[in-house]
Design a protein around this ligand. Sequence first.
Ligand code: ADP
Ligand code: ASP
Ligand code: MG
Length: 405
Amino acid sequence: MRIIVQKFGGSSLSSPEKRLQAVNKVIAAKKEGYSCVVVVSAMGRKGDPYATDTLIDLLKEIHPEIKVRELDMLLNCGEIISAVVISQLFNKLGHETIVLNGAQAGIITDNVFTEARILQVKPERIIKSLEENKIVIVPGFQGITETGELTTLGRGGSDTTAAALGVALEAEYIDIFTDVDGIKTADPRIVEEAKTLDVVTYTEICNLAHQGAKVIHPRAVEIAMQKNIPLRIRSTFEETPGTLVTNLGHANKVEIPNDRIITGITQVPNITQLKINLNAKENGKKLNLKIFRALALANISVDFINIYPEEAIFTVKDEDTEKAVKILQNMGLEVFTTPDCAKISVVGANMAGVPGVMATIVEALTEENIEIMQTADSHTTIWCLVRKNDMEKAVKVLHKRFKLG
Ligand code: ADP
Ligand code: ASP
Ligand code: MG
């Protein structure tokens, strides 16, 4: 059996016309001889009747504190509705289908509600249905724990479902169909001239995805990479090849560019910078430990961490600021906050050891009067913290300066 997993995002399923285009992609693959596993997201985006955000709002309108176990039960419904609707459309067009929800598809997760991780996939039932020549439709983003609790895999998690099934079924391809024609050198909503990348390595796309390129979930890339299953990011609405994500250039008869220094620019908005004066009663070392332990206990994730003898600087998500400040003030600390910041990342798997990348970034941002509030770097990424008002300008100017368009 030549198996292909085809995942359609919510933006590709938001109207009857779009759903027909999605279904036609599957029918085309079937005609090519593939056994098709279709993974679907909930239909549409915030405001659409069965979209994930709409379901969340349904509870928030009643009371802001939501029990995560029950939330996951509700969120499972969005993808199930989508799967059954798509199935009906296939049936109308004369194709036999079966819908298998997360549990029936054998997706076993841990019990971290709203952010569950897949522990195991038991694909036997899918394989049996494929052997019966059925198109198998699986609602994405969901799984079941060993004790029978319904879970979800984190926002954007239908990509993760597709990747996990692709690996378990040893698929020839995992196709991620979306509303753009591939992975681009920057978010096309900000940089109109952003270029679609033909081929990228798992590492390159993983870095982009971790740094805010929402086009694919980073965990999906990590899973596909384990078994070297090629991923393709493609448009539901166009006939273009999209972006191939692979390490195996030869096997896929493509050339993977290994001299690309910068792959792309990404951004993450809505971040607050916190500065804490450590010249207090206790010595800084002990305080640092207490600060980060307290924040971790409150489930607040910190980023951009710089620790000096006299102060600690780091960032949290805007939505966590109030909680973080309260915790720190209760410890008797003086906290200075700068809300509404954004993290800009210049990402490139081959930038290590290349002189001048930082100089180019500083030059480009300074020329545009964009204040760099903090920086950090690794061997694949340079991060700059800027004000949110400067975010779009910063992405545009860096994209241009590195000639990515
Ligand atoms: P889906 O509904 O298919 O899951 P998403 O909204 O999750 O779609 O992802 C697709 C969107 O990701 C695109 O509409 C695009 O605006 C955005 N995006 C952000 N960064 C990038 C990038 N580097 N390349 C392509 N798309 C990107
Ligand atoms: N519907 C879920 C979300 O909006 C999962 C997904 O679309 O991938 O996050
Ligand atoms: Mg998505």
